[in-house]
Design a protein around this ligand. Structure first.
Ligand code: C2E
Ligand code: CA
Ligand code: CA
Length: 824
């Protein structure tokens, strides 16, 4: 009795097939017995037919069981459960049993002519079982991707199996038919009825077999085809629901399974579409790099970012577009990541764009699984703009915005570097501190735009005058510092500095003016004058002070002597500042008298500094300092104010003269400030005289004319101080609306020994009178000098002969005594 029902096979199919086949077999057994009795030779054919039929059935069962376990396995992947797993295992086992059974039957037949590869079939089935187990294990781990991949790998075995089953079934069916034909031809006429029955039964067997084939095997084969199509990934494939109920059920399960796989697949591809959209639309570069450094994937952003086509990018060497200086770093980063070590969270590299420029990229690398190998995932961002901004900020931090020269910070850095190198090589470094002479005047007079323009030109000229490799830094308004590395001697620094000073004798063209701005410079050298940057610069500054003190347009090299004087100078500046604020500045008055009568008609106000430690200091001790530091403005106004206040208390006929320095005079608001002070004090304008020197008056004749005119219009008078030592052109003098000339004291002081002095003095007196100006002589110490003046009809005199400059109180006493004397 053949067992049709395999474990897991539905009962009704087994039952029906069993019933049909049992009947057929029973009839067949009878026929075979009769035939055997009739003809021994014919028995083998009948036996053949029976055997073939059984092999066929066993094979069909194998196919059915296998297909069933295929379907179950598919279901398992969708919904794993221990019960399902057990069923799959027992179904697989029964497949193997059926294969073994078919093989035994074939062996028993002794022919083995149809199927010789049962061993191979069994091996394929066993392999497929192992594969399926692996897929189920993967499913249990939740790794459905691997499960799917494993199943697809197993398709070859499944394909082989179903082909084999199909082949066996087909050939066995043919054999049954052949056996039937044989029995028909060998049956004797004497057994015609019996034989007719036998033929009928044999045909019945064939028909049953064919019917079985039509009703079960074909739907099953179709089902197998469909299952394989699904296995190959065609999830839209659907099995026809036909054949016996169990087959229909199987078909339905397969259809539901493939439909649900299709849905999952669709959902999966939709979600992978979404991921792709995310990746493609990212503003960051997302790149996958293979272990051999070729690009496996890159998103579209590279097209606008670098100008490369994605197609050209993929497969190319990832390092090919890295800046040559960054290649090593990038390669090291890849190696580190590939080795599973951690890299710095941000890695920077310059990447060449299609146009040859470089983008500054920041990348975060990580190791990922890419298909069947590991790869590097790079998340990179274009930081070029930020980098540019940073560089600009850094540039701004180290450069002067007006001239583009290095600023103090960068100077510091360059100097330190130069010093470090000099120490190593045993060479010298020179620092030259440079200051434009009277730059402030340009600013005050012509405005800041002109000042800026001048500074830019001066910077350019300095850079043009130094060697390549030298640093020119701007560290303040008009202050520059030069670093000359590898300066072999102080003499070469002197030569260099002389070139600078000479180079600044040429005027600068600013707007439509030629500006003469000279330069003063101080030199300090490593290792002669200092060994550190700070002291070196400050010593160069000290030397600069000295150059300025020597009258500007000059340079000096640092020396200890200079240092001492400068430190006194600096102390003095602080003291003077304090004196100006705290009332340490006093005003002395020196009488001015008529030459003919000796009557005091006024006084010159002269500044004195009551120094807390050094007592009363004359102007020669602090006026140059005040001029250099700009404190002269404050000082001049302070003296003017005091003079006005004190003169207001004097008899109305007495005038007061105050000195105005060049810096003061050149201030754009000079006139307004003077008028404001005078107005404040209430002194009548006509009693005030301002003294400016020849050089001040002639610096800008047009402007002097303008101011003089406006001063005179206001009632204040103007005189030219220290007249005779400058080079006033007579034409200018004629044009200037000044009130009087003050013959420089040097003429009086040398009147005796130098005949030229007398000649000049008398000429000045004559000249003044020709121009309708009053003339006053200062420095008159002796009666002889006074008689000279009387002889040449000079108008007034001032000097020790009458009195030294004295405090206000003493001056008033002098005036009273003078009145008494004149009256007497
Ligand atoms: P200055 O304007 O030429 O002043 C005349 C100077 O000659 C004064 O020196 C005065 O003391 C000195 N002197 C007067 N008579 C005689 C004499 O018979 N013999 C000799 N040897 N000298 C005499 P002082 O007061 O030392 O002032 C020097 C200079 O300082 C002044 O020269 C003036 O240019 C400047 N100065 C003084 N006070 C001020 C001020 O308030 N503002 C400005 N801008 N400069 C001032
Ligand atoms: Ca004067
Ligand atoms: Ca004078």
């Amino acid at each position: 009795m053949r067992r049709i029902r395999g474990p897991g096979l539905p009962d009704s199919v087994g039952g029906r097939i069993t019933a049909i086949l049992a009947l057929l077999l029973a009839v067949l057994v009878v026929i075979v017995a009769a035939a055997a009795w009739q003809s021994r030779q014919q028995a083998g054919h009948v036996n053949d037919s029976r055997q073939a039929f059984e092999v066929d059935s066993a094979t069909e069962q194998s196919a059915l069981s296998w297909l069933y376990s295929d379907v179950l396995a598919g279901r398992y992947i969708l919904n794993p459960s221990p019960e399902l797993a057990a069923t799959i295992h027992s179904t697989e086992q029964s497949t193997l049993d059926h294969i073994d059974r078919a093989r035994q039957l074939e062996l028993a037949d002794g022919k083995m002519d149809v199927v010789t590869d049962f061993d191979e079939i069994r091996a394929a089935a066993e392999r497929a079982i192992v594969t399926r187990q692996a897929a189920m294990d993967a499913t249990d781990r939740g790794d459905l991707t691997s499960a799917g991949q494993i199943l697809i790998q197993g398709v070859t075995d499944s394909q082989y199996l179903s082909d084999a089953f199909l082949r066996i079934t087909a050939s066995e069916t043919a054999e049954v038919q052949a056996a039937s034909d044989a029995s028909r031809t060998t049956a004797g006429i004497t057994m015609a009825i019996l034989m007719g029955a036998a033929i009928a039964v044999a045909f019945g067997g064939v028909f049953a077999s064919l019917a079985l084939s039509r009703s079960v095997v074909r739907p099953l084969l179709h089902l197998g085809e469909t299952a394989r199509a699904v296995g190959r990934g065609r999830f839209t494939a659907r099995a026809d629901v036909r054949g016996p109920r169990e087959v229909r059920e199987l078909a339905t399960i397969l259809n539901t399974t493939s439909a649900s796989i299709y849905e999952r697949d669709a959902a999966l591809s939709e979600s992978s579409e979404r991921w792709r959209a995310l990746v493609e639309n990212s503003h960051d570069v997302i790149m996958v790099i293979n272990p051999d450094m070729t690009v496996a994937f890159v998103n579209r952003v590279v097209e606008p970012m670098f100008g490369y086509k994605v197609e050209n990018f993929v497969g190319s060497d990832a390092l090919a577009i890295v800046h040559p200086e960054d290649v090593q770093k990038a390669a090291a980063m890849f190696t580190t990541v590939t080795a599973g070590l951690s890299t710095p969270s941000v890695n920077e590299a310059r990447i060449r764009r299609a146009d040859g420029t470089y983008a500054h990229m920041e990348a975060i690398p990580s190791l990922i699984r890419w298909g069947d190998h590991e790869a590097i995932l790079l998340n990179a961002r274009d930081m070029s703009e930020q980098r540019q901004a940073q560089e600009t900020i850094a540039y701004m931090a180290f450069h002067d915005s007006l001239t583009g020269l290095p600023n103090r910070l960068l100077l510091q850095d360059r100097l330190e570097t130069a010093l470090a190198q000099a120490r190593r090589l045993g060479v010298g470094v020179c620092v030259v501190s440079v200051d434009l002479d009277r730059f402030k005047n340009v600013n005050d007079l012509l405005g800041h735009n002109a000042g800026d323009e001048l500074l830019k030109q001066a910077a350019g000229r300095l850079v043009g005058l130094v060697r390549e490799g030298d640093t020119v830094a701007r560290i303040g308004g008009d202050e520059f510092v030069l670093v000359l590395p590898e300066c072999d001697s102080l003499d070469s620094a002197r030569d260099m500095t002389r070139r600078l000073v000479d180079g600044f004798r040429r005027p600068f063209r600013v707007g439509d003016r030629d500006l003469h701005v000279t330069l003063s410079a101080g030199i300090a050298r490593y290792p002669d004058h200092a060994s550190d940057a700070e002291t070196l610069v400050s010593n160069a500054d000290i030397a600069l002070y000295m150059a300025k003190d020597a009258g500007r347009d000059a340079y000096r090299a640092f020396s200890e002597d200079i240092a001492k004087r400068t430190s006194e100078w600096l102390t003095l500046e602080g003291d003077l500042r304090r004196a100006l604020v705290e009332g340490g500045i006093e005003v002395y008055y020196q009488p001015q008298s008529r030459v003919d009568t000796g009557e005091i008609v006024g006084a010159e106000a002269l500044a004195r500094w009551r120094h807390p430690r050094r007592g009363i200091l004359p102007p020669s001790e602090f006026i140059p300092l005040a001029e250099e530091t700009g404190l002269i403005n404050l000082l001049g106004e302070l003296v003017l104010r005091k003079a006005c206040i004190e003169a207001k208390a004097w008899p109305d006929r007495l005038n007061v003269a105050a000195n105005v320095s060049l810096r003061q005079f050149e201030r754009p608001d000079f006139l307004e400030r003077v008028l404001a002070i005078v107005k404040d004090t209430g002194l009548p304008h006509r009693r005030l005289e301002l003294e400016i020197t020849e050089s001040t008056a002639l610096r800008d004749v047009e402007r002097t004319k303008d101011i003089a005119t406006r001063l005179i219009a206001s009632g204040i008078r103007l005189s030219i101080d220290d007249f005779g030592i400058g080079n006033t052109s007579l034409r200018h003098l004629q044009e200037l609306p000044v009130h009087r000339l003050k013959i420089d004291q040097s003429f009086m002081l040398t009147l005796d020994e130098n005949p030229a002095s007398a000649a000049i003095a008398s000429s000045v007196i004559q000249l003044g009178h020709k121009l309708h100006l009053k003339v006053i002589a200062e420095g008159v110490e002796t009666e002889e000098q006074l008689s000279f003046l009387r002889e040449h009809r000079c108008d007034e005199f001032q000097g020790y002969l009458c009195s030294k400059p004295v405090p206000a109180g003493e001056f008033r006493a002098l005036v009273e005594a003078n009145v008494d004397r004149i009256v007497a």
